[in-house]
Design a protein around this ligand. Structure first.
Ligand code: CP
Ligand code: NVA
Length: 316
Protein backbone atom coordinates (compact mmCIF):
# COMPACT_ATOMS: atom_id res chain seq x y z
CA UNK A 1 0.00 0.00 0.00
CA UNK A 2 0.88 3.65 -0.04
CA UNK A 3 2.49 3.77 -3.43
CA UNK A 4 1.90 7.50 -3.67
CA UNK A 5 -0.85 8.60 -5.99
CA UNK A 6 -1.88 12.22 -6.49
CA UNK A 7 -4.57 12.18 -3.81
CA UNK A 8 -2.09 10.75 -1.33
CA UNK A 9 0.42 13.47 -2.22
CA UNK A 10 -2.33 16.04 -1.74
CA UNK A 11 -3.12 14.68 1.75
CA UNK A 12 0.48 14.67 2.93
CA UNK A 13 1.05 17.45 5.49
CA UNK A 14 -2.66 18.36 5.67
CA UNK A 15 -4.64 18.80 8.88
CA UNK A 16 -7.83 16.91 9.68
CA UNK A 17 -9.95 19.60 11.32
CA UNK A 18 -13.29 18.92 9.63
CA UNK A 19 -14.50 16.51 6.94
CA UNK A 20 -15.87 19.57 5.14
CA UNK A 21 -12.29 20.59 4.38
CA UNK A 22 -11.42 17.28 2.70
CA UNK A 23 -12.51 16.47 -0.85
CA UNK A 24 -14.74 13.47 -1.55
CA UNK A 25 -11.76 11.80 -3.23
CA UNK A 26 -9.56 12.38 -0.17
CA UNK A 27 -12.17 10.82 2.13
CA UNK A 28 -12.56 7.80 -0.16
CA UNK A 29 -8.76 7.44 -0.31
CA UNK A 30 -8.56 7.43 3.52
CA UNK A 31 -11.25 4.71 3.59
CA UNK A 32 -9.40 2.67 0.97
CA UNK A 33 -6.12 2.84 2.90
CA UNK A 34 -7.99 2.07 6.14
CA UNK A 35 -9.31 -1.13 4.56
CA UNK A 36 -5.82 -2.09 3.33
CA UNK A 37 -4.28 -1.45 6.74
CA UNK A 38 -6.99 -3.52 8.42
CA UNK A 39 -6.27 -6.43 6.08
CA UNK A 40 -2.53 -6.18 6.70
CA UNK A 41 -3.00 -6.07 10.45
CA UNK A 42 -5.35 -9.09 10.40
CA UNK A 43 -2.84 -11.04 8.28
CA UNK A 44 0.03 -10.11 10.58
CA UNK A 45 1.88 -8.19 7.85
CA UNK A 46 4.05 -5.50 9.48
CA UNK A 47 3.59 -1.96 8.10
CA UNK A 48 5.99 0.39 9.91
CA UNK A 49 5.07 3.40 7.75
CA UNK A 50 5.67 5.91 10.57
CA UNK A 51 8.81 4.41 12.06
CA UNK A 52 10.63 6.95 14.22
CA UNK A 53 7.67 9.37 14.23
CA UNK A 54 5.81 10.64 17.27
CA UNK A 55 2.21 11.75 17.69
CA UNK A 56 1.33 14.03 20.61
CA UNK A 57 -2.22 13.54 21.91
CA UNK A 58 -3.69 16.47 23.84
CA UNK A 59 -6.81 15.59 25.82
CA UNK A 60 -8.98 18.18 27.57
CA UNK A 61 -11.86 15.68 27.80
CA UNK A 62 -12.13 11.99 28.75
CA UNK A 63 -11.67 9.21 26.22
CA UNK A 64 -11.50 5.44 25.94
CA UNK A 65 -11.65 4.72 22.19
CA UNK A 66 -9.84 7.77 20.83
CA UNK A 67 -6.92 7.53 23.19
CA UNK A 68 -6.42 3.79 22.89
CA UNK A 69 -6.96 3.59 19.12
CA UNK A 70 -4.57 6.45 18.33
CA UNK A 71 -1.94 5.09 20.69
CA UNK A 72 -2.20 1.50 19.45
CA UNK A 73 -2.45 2.71 15.85
CA UNK A 74 0.76 4.68 16.15
CA UNK A 75 2.46 1.67 17.74
CA UNK A 76 1.30 -0.61 14.90
CA UNK A 77 2.67 1.92 12.39
CA UNK A 78 6.08 1.72 14.04
CA UNK A 79 5.90 5.09 15.78
CA UNK A 80 5.19 6.42 19.25
CA UNK A 81 2.31 8.28 20.84
CA UNK A 82 2.48 10.63 23.82
CA UNK A 83 -0.57 11.18 26.03
CA UNK A 84 -0.71 14.85 27.06
CA UNK A 85 -3.47 15.68 29.51
CA UNK A 86 -4.23 19.37 29.08
CA UNK A 87 -4.25 19.64 32.89
CA UNK A 88 -0.66 18.47 33.08
CA UNK A 89 0.87 20.57 30.31
CA UNK A 90 1.37 24.34 30.57
CA UNK A 91 -1.56 24.92 28.19
CA UNK A 92 -3.79 24.23 31.20
CA UNK A 93 -2.01 27.02 33.13
CA UNK A 94 -2.46 29.63 30.45
CA UNK A 95 0.41 29.10 28.00
CA UNK A 96 -0.95 30.25 24.66
CA UNK A 97 -2.19 27.84 22.01
CA UNK A 98 0.18 29.50 19.51
CA UNK A 99 3.28 28.96 21.67
CA UNK A 100 2.19 25.40 22.46
CA UNK A 101 1.77 24.69 18.73
CA UNK A 102 5.18 26.11 17.86
CA UNK A 103 6.99 24.26 20.65
CA UNK A 104 5.30 20.91 20.00
CA UNK A 105 6.09 21.25 16.29
CA UNK A 106 9.81 21.13 17.21
CA UNK A 107 9.44 17.71 18.88
CA UNK A 108 6.55 15.92 17.25
CA UNK A 109 5.43 14.80 13.78
CA UNK A 110 1.72 15.23 14.40
CA UNK A 111 -0.75 16.39 17.04
CA UNK A 112 -4.13 14.91 17.88
CA UNK A 113 -6.28 17.14 20.07
CA UNK A 114 -9.59 16.56 21.86
CA UNK A 115 -10.99 19.72 23.39
CA UNK A 116 -14.06 21.95 23.72
CA UNK A 117 -13.85 24.81 21.20
CA UNK A 118 -13.34 24.04 17.51
CA UNK A 119 -11.63 27.45 17.28
CA UNK A 120 -8.87 26.21 19.63
CA UNK A 121 -8.13 23.32 17.27
CA UNK A 122 -8.09 25.68 14.29
CA UNK A 123 -5.73 28.02 16.14
CA UNK A 124 -3.41 25.15 17.06
CA UNK A 125 -3.32 24.06 13.41
CA UNK A 126 -2.67 27.59 12.22
CA UNK A 127 0.47 27.86 14.37
CA UNK A 128 1.73 24.28 14.10
CA UNK A 129 4.03 23.27 11.27
CA UNK A 130 2.93 19.62 11.58
CA UNK A 131 -0.46 17.98 10.86
CA UNK A 132 -3.17 18.56 13.47
CA UNK A 133 -5.96 15.98 13.83
CA UNK A 134 -9.28 16.82 15.47
CA UNK A 135 -10.02 14.08 18.02
CA UNK A 136 -13.41 15.66 18.91
CA UNK A 137 -14.59 19.16 19.73
CA UNK A 138 -18.01 20.42 20.84
CA UNK A 139 -18.68 21.04 17.14
CA UNK A 140 -17.19 18.07 15.24
CA UNK A 141 -15.91 14.48 15.51
CA UNK A 142 -14.37 13.72 12.08
CA UNK A 143 -12.28 10.66 13.07
CA UNK A 144 -15.37 8.93 14.41
CA UNK A 145 -17.26 9.51 11.18
CA UNK A 146 -14.39 8.14 9.07
CA UNK A 147 -14.67 4.94 11.14
CA UNK A 148 -18.46 5.03 10.72
CA UNK A 149 -18.12 5.30 6.93
CA UNK A 150 -15.64 2.41 6.90
CA UNK A 151 -18.10 0.31 8.93
CA UNK A 152 -21.04 1.16 6.65
CA UNK A 153 -18.94 0.29 3.60
CA UNK A 154 -17.96 -3.07 5.13
CA UNK A 155 -21.53 -4.01 5.99
CA UNK A 156 -23.36 -2.57 3.00
CA UNK A 157 -20.68 -2.89 0.31
CA UNK A 158 -21.23 0.71 -0.80
CA UNK A 159 -21.90 4.22 0.47
CA UNK A 160 -23.44 5.97 -2.52
CA UNK A 161 -27.19 5.80 -2.68
CA UNK A 162 -27.75 4.77 0.95
CA UNK A 163 -29.99 6.66 3.36
CA UNK A 164 -28.58 7.44 6.80
CA UNK A 165 -30.89 8.57 9.59
CA UNK A 166 -29.51 10.27 12.69
CA UNK A 167 -31.94 10.62 15.59
CA UNK A 168 -31.06 12.70 18.63
CA UNK A 169 -29.01 15.70 19.63
CA UNK A 170 -27.78 17.94 16.79
CA UNK A 171 -24.27 17.69 18.21
CA UNK A 172 -20.68 17.05 17.06
CA UNK A 173 -21.65 13.59 15.73
CA UNK A 174 -24.66 14.92 13.83
CA UNK A 175 -22.48 17.64 12.29
CA UNK A 176 -19.65 15.36 11.19
CA UNK A 177 -22.13 12.78 9.88
CA UNK A 178 -23.75 15.49 7.74
CA UNK A 179 -20.37 16.39 6.23
CA UNK A 180 -19.29 12.77 5.81
CA UNK A 181 -22.56 11.63 4.25
CA UNK A 182 -22.75 14.60 1.91
CA UNK A 183 -19.15 14.10 0.76
CA UNK A 184 -19.53 10.39 -0.04
CA UNK A 185 -22.99 10.61 -1.59
CA UNK A 186 -25.34 9.30 1.10
CA UNK A 187 -28.65 11.00 1.87
CA UNK A 188 -28.78 12.07 5.51
CA UNK A 189 -31.83 12.99 7.52
CA UNK A 190 -31.42 14.29 11.07
CA UNK A 191 -34.33 14.24 13.53
CA UNK A 192 -33.91 16.40 16.62
CA UNK A 193 -36.34 18.18 18.91
CA UNK A 194 -36.70 21.95 18.62
CA UNK A 195 -33.84 23.69 20.38
CA UNK A 196 -31.47 20.76 19.76
CA UNK A 197 -31.24 20.84 15.99
CA UNK A 198 -27.86 21.01 14.24
CA UNK A 199 -25.94 24.26 13.88
CA UNK A 200 -27.37 26.25 10.94
CA UNK A 201 -23.93 27.17 9.59
CA UNK A 202 -22.93 23.48 9.48
CA UNK A 203 -26.22 22.59 7.75
CA UNK A 204 -25.49 25.23 5.13
CA UNK A 205 -21.96 23.95 4.48
CA UNK A 206 -23.11 20.31 4.40
CA UNK A 207 -25.77 21.25 1.84
CA UNK A 208 -23.06 22.78 -0.34
CA UNK A 209 -21.16 19.48 -0.14
CA UNK A 210 -24.39 17.58 -0.88
CA UNK A 211 -25.06 19.64 -3.97
CA UNK A 212 -21.76 18.44 -5.44
CA UNK A 213 -22.65 14.77 -4.86
CA UNK A 214 -26.36 15.13 -5.65
CA UNK A 215 -27.69 14.02 -2.26
CA UNK A 216 -29.96 15.50 0.40
CA UNK A 217 -29.25 16.85 3.89
CA UNK A 218 -32.60 17.11 5.69
CA UNK A 219 -33.40 18.31 9.19
CA UNK A 220 -36.74 17.26 10.69
CA UNK A 221 -38.34 16.94 14.12
CA UNK A 222 -40.11 13.61 13.69
CA UNK A 223 -37.92 10.53 14.37
CA UNK A 224 -40.38 8.27 12.48
CA UNK A 225 -40.01 10.42 9.38
CA UNK A 226 -36.21 10.19 9.63
CA UNK A 227 -35.86 6.44 10.07
CA UNK A 228 -38.48 5.37 7.52
CA UNK A 229 -36.65 3.38 4.82
CA UNK A 230 -33.22 4.07 6.35
CA UNK A 231 -30.29 1.75 5.58
CA UNK A 232 -28.23 3.11 8.47
CA UNK A 233 -29.55 4.43 11.78
CA UNK A 234 -27.30 6.39 14.12
CA UNK A 235 -27.76 8.02 17.48
CA UNK A 236 -25.58 9.51 20.19
CA UNK A 237 -25.89 10.53 23.83
CA UNK A 238 -28.40 13.22 24.70
CA UNK A 239 -25.91 15.05 26.94
CA UNK A 240 -22.37 15.31 25.58
CA UNK A 241 -19.16 15.89 27.53
CA UNK A 242 -19.42 19.31 29.14
CA UNK A 243 -23.26 19.18 29.28
CA UNK A 244 -23.54 16.99 32.37
CA UNK A 245 -25.53 19.67 34.26
CA UNK A 246 -28.24 19.56 31.56
CA UNK A 247 -28.65 15.77 31.73
CA UNK A 248 -32.01 15.70 33.59
CA UNK A 249 -33.58 18.39 31.41
CA UNK A 250 -32.35 16.70 28.25
CA UNK A 251 -33.83 13.33 29.25
CA UNK A 252 -37.21 15.12 29.37
CA UNK A 253 -36.69 17.06 26.15
CA UNK A 254 -35.62 13.96 24.18
CA UNK A 255 -38.60 11.81 25.23
CA UNK A 256 -39.81 10.04 22.08
CA UNK A 257 -36.38 10.09 20.44
CA UNK A 258 -35.23 6.70 21.72
CA UNK A 259 -34.07 4.17 19.14
CA UNK A 260 -36.05 1.01 19.96
CA UNK A 261 -37.52 -1.92 18.02
CA UNK A 262 -40.86 -0.17 17.56
CA UNK A 263 -39.22 2.82 15.85
CA UNK A 264 -36.85 0.52 13.93
CA UNK A 265 -39.79 -1.36 12.39
CA UNK A 266 -39.91 1.63 10.01
CA UNK A 267 -36.27 1.25 8.88
CA UNK A 268 -35.23 -1.10 6.07
CA UNK A 269 -35.39 -4.75 7.27
CA UNK A 270 -31.60 -5.02 6.86
CA UNK A 271 -30.75 -1.68 8.51
CA UNK A 272 -27.57 -1.38 10.57
CA UNK A 273 -27.32 0.54 13.82
CA UNK A 274 -24.31 2.67 14.76
CA UNK A 275 -23.41 4.56 17.94
CA UNK A 276 -20.01 6.15 18.52
CA UNK A 277 -20.14 5.09 22.20
CA UNK A 278 -20.19 5.53 25.14
CA UNK A 279 -23.94 4.75 25.14
CA UNK A 280 -26.69 5.07 27.70
CA UNK A 281 -28.96 2.04 27.32
CA UNK A 282 -32.55 2.94 28.12
CA UNK A 283 -32.01 6.58 27.12
CA UNK A 284 -31.06 7.33 23.50
CA UNK A 285 -31.14 3.63 22.59
CA UNK A 286 -32.92 0.56 23.98
CA UNK A 287 -30.78 -2.48 24.81
CA UNK A 288 -32.88 -4.53 22.35
CA UNK A 289 -31.39 -2.48 19.48
CA UNK A 290 -27.84 -1.71 20.62
CA UNK A 291 -27.32 -5.32 21.75
CA UNK A 292 -29.47 -6.77 18.95
CA UNK A 293 -28.69 -8.28 15.53
CA UNK A 294 -28.65 -4.98 13.59
CA UNK A 295 -26.04 -3.36 15.82
CA UNK A 296 -22.50 -3.03 14.45
CA UNK A 297 -21.16 -0.86 17.29
CA UNK A 298 -18.09 -2.94 18.06
CA UNK A 299 -17.02 -3.16 14.42
CA UNK A 300 -17.47 0.61 14.43
CA UNK A 301 -15.31 1.02 17.54
CA UNK A 302 -12.66 -1.30 16.05
CA UNK A 303 -12.56 0.72 12.85
CA UNK A 304 -11.46 3.80 14.78
CA UNK A 305 -8.08 2.08 14.81
CA UNK A 306 -7.85 1.55 11.05
CA UNK A 307 -9.46 4.80 9.94
CA UNK A 308 -7.06 6.76 12.15
CA UNK A 309 -4.04 4.70 11.10
CA UNK A 310 -4.92 5.66 7.54
CA UNK A 311 -5.25 9.31 8.53
CA UNK A 312 -1.90 9.29 10.32
CA UNK A 313 -0.10 7.36 7.58
CA UNK A 314 -1.42 9.72 4.91
CA UNK A 315 -1.05 13.06 6.71
CA UNK A 316 2.17 12.39 8.60
N1 CP B 1 -16.43 7.50 20.39
C1 CP B 1 -15.41 8.09 21.05
O1 CP B 1 -14.82 9.08 20.60
O2 CP B 1 -15.11 7.49 22.23
P1 CP B 1 -14.14 8.03 23.37
O3 CP B 1 -14.80 9.24 23.98
O4 CP B 1 -14.03 6.88 24.32
O5 CP B 1 -12.83 8.39 22.76
N1 NVA C 1 -21.33 13.63 21.52
C1 NVA C 1 -20.47 12.91 22.43
C2 NVA C 1 -19.54 12.03 21.67
C3 NVA C 1 -18.60 11.23 22.53
C4 NVA C 1 -17.63 10.41 21.75
C5 NVA C 1 -19.68 13.92 23.26
O1 NVA C 1 -19.22 14.91 22.70
O2 NVA C 1 -19.54 13.70 24.46
Amino acid sequence: MLESNNIQKQLHGKDLLSLHRLTSEEILEILKVAGELKEQQKKGVPHPILQGKTLGMIFAKSSTRTRVSFEVGMYQLGGNALFLSSNDIQLGRGETIADTAKVLSRYLDGIMIRTFAQSDVEELAEHASIPVINGLTDLLHPCQVLADLQTILEHKGRLKGLKLAYVGDGNNMAHSLMFGSAKVGMDIIVASPKGYQPNQEIVKLARQDAEATGVKVEIVEDPAEAVTGADVVVTDVWASMGQEAEQAQRVKDFAGYQINNKLMSLAKPDYIFLHCLPAHRGEEVAAEVIDGPHSVIFDEAENRLYAQKAVMALLM
